[in-house]
Design a binder for this molecule. Structure first.
Ligand SMILES: NC(=O)c1ccc[n+]([C@@H]2O[C@H](COP(=O)([O-])OP(=O)(O)OC[C@H]3O[C@@H](n4cnc5c(N)ncnc54)[C@H](O)[C@@H]3O)[C@@H](O)[C@H]2O)c1
Length: 380
């Protein structure tokens, strides 16, 4: 197949987030989503009708010889088994975060892929965004000197007020650290490199959650995972960064991602999105905005539910992996990066339970910077 032909993709899991992938793929000439599947065939049929795709059973989709990459958008505790099915069918897999709800299952997934010469890619891909790449370029250019520390926070009152089926957020593989933490820890690795150790305290703020969104309003969910987590990440480069991830905080959601250096401070942007307005200041205390214009995936191209403009390019991780397969180069949102991030996420609860620092064992390379340019052609 020539590199000019789109890579053919299938999707398993047709729930809440799937529209972001179906819509994102429509904007690209590098991939084409052919078919979608779900345990609930009616969910696959509804998305197929809405997006002009073929609805298939999981078995039919995995048997389709044209499909080269399967995007796994199932719930966290199905990430590993469904990915193993995809790999067993001889197809590359790109899946939503976290990589798996169990670390050993995630390791087994990467081992199975390596044994078959297949790729594993994993969300988030927001770190490809111009807002984040501009922060990375500023650090690499020495704008804040040598990084010493940082403060990261992602705090709100949880998911039971908006998601149509929020139970999985409060079961293994969920919680604020495993649900929102991947965006923040992945961006920290993009900025600072791998994590060496973690120390933390993690608690459950409310033993149950009562759903207030439709259609499951009134359902009571038992909480299995910590929902208020405070910790410190020490990076291999010596920087130590405090991090709070909580779904026990009332009031408007709060986020922070600041990096402190010997010569200045970087005020980063929300890792759940691609753009934003990062800035740096030096000893004079004057904030200077970073220039996002040389970086792709930074211009606003959509709006939030509240109507605020945002840059949303959720699909670029898949595009990069598709081109990397053709070009026989590493892809950026890799299984190895996601495994390192998962070990870090798990380490917060382990540190709290075991009362000690947790050393991070999985190796991880900082992903290559996204080349400068205007659009997805940066991958070609
Ligand atoms: N909803 C969001 O805004 C959002 C944002 C970013 C990432 N994510 C991640 O995306 C993933 C999916 O989230 P969601 O909100 O779309 O969940 P969802 O519950 O709305 O959808 C999941 C879908 O997967 C299907 N499914 C479950 N197990 C399956 C299996 N074994 N085989 C085939 N289909 C199966 C379900 O029937 C359902 O349709 C999660 O890992 C989540 O962390 C969600």
């Amino acid at each position: 197949m020539s590199s000019r032909q789109p890579v053919i993709v299938g999707v398993i899991g047709c729930g809440n987030i799937s529209d972001a992938y179906f819509n994102g793929a429509k904007t690209s000439r590098l991939i084409r989503i052919k078919a979608c599947a779900d345990l609930r065939l009616e969910a696959a049929q509804a998305k197929a009708a809405a997006h002009g795709l073929q609805a298939m059973t999981v078995e039919q989709l995995l048997a389709d010889p044209e499909i080269e990459i399967v995007i796994n958008l199932t719930v966290p505790n199905a990430h590993a088994p469904v990915s193993q099915q995809i790999l067993a069918a001889g197809k590359h897999v790109y899946l939503e975060k976290p990589l798996a709800s169990d670390f050993n299952d995630a390791k087994a997934m990467l081992a199975a892929a390596a044994a078959k010469g297949l790729r594993v890619g994993c969300a988030p891909d927001t770190f490809f965004g111009g807002g984040h790449q501009a922060c990375r370029a500023a650090i690499d250019a020495g704008r804040i000197g040598t990084p010493i520390g940082g403060s990261v926070a992602v705090m709100s009152h949880g998911m039971e007020a908006w998601h149509p089926n929020p139970e999985f957020f409060f079961k293994r593989g969920g919680g604020p650290m495993h649900d929102m933490g991947p965006y923040y820890v992945t961006q920290l690795v993009n900025l600072l490199g791998p994590v060496a150790r973690v120390t933390a305290v993690a608690t459950i703020g409310n033993a149950t959650r009562t759903v207030t969104s439709e259609p499951l309003k009134g359902q009571v969910i038992g909480v299995e995972v910590p929902t208020h987590v405070n910790g410190t990440l020490q990076f291999a480069n010596g920087a130590n960064v405090t991090m709070t991830a909580s779904w026990d905080v009332w009031g408007p959601p709060r986020m922070q991602l600041d990096i402190y250096g010997t010569a200045g401070t970087l005020q980063g942007v929300n890792p759940n999105f691609f753009g934003g307005e990062p800035q740096v200041c030096g000893a004079d205390g004057q904030w200077q905005p970073l220039d996002l214009s040389p970086h792709p995936f930074s211009a606003n191209n959509g709006t939030t539910k509240a109507g605020a403009p945002i840059a949303n390019y959720r699909i670029v991780g898949v595009l990069d992996m598709a081109m990397a397969i053709r070009q026989q180069r590493p892809h950026r949102a890799s299984g190895e990066l996601a495994l390192h991030v998962l070990e870090v996420l798990d380490a917060f609860e382990r540190s709290s339970v075991e009362g000690r620092h947790i050393t991070i064992a999985t190796p991880c390379e900082r992903p290559a910077a996204v080349p400068l340019g205007a659009d997805e052609s940066v991958f070609c």
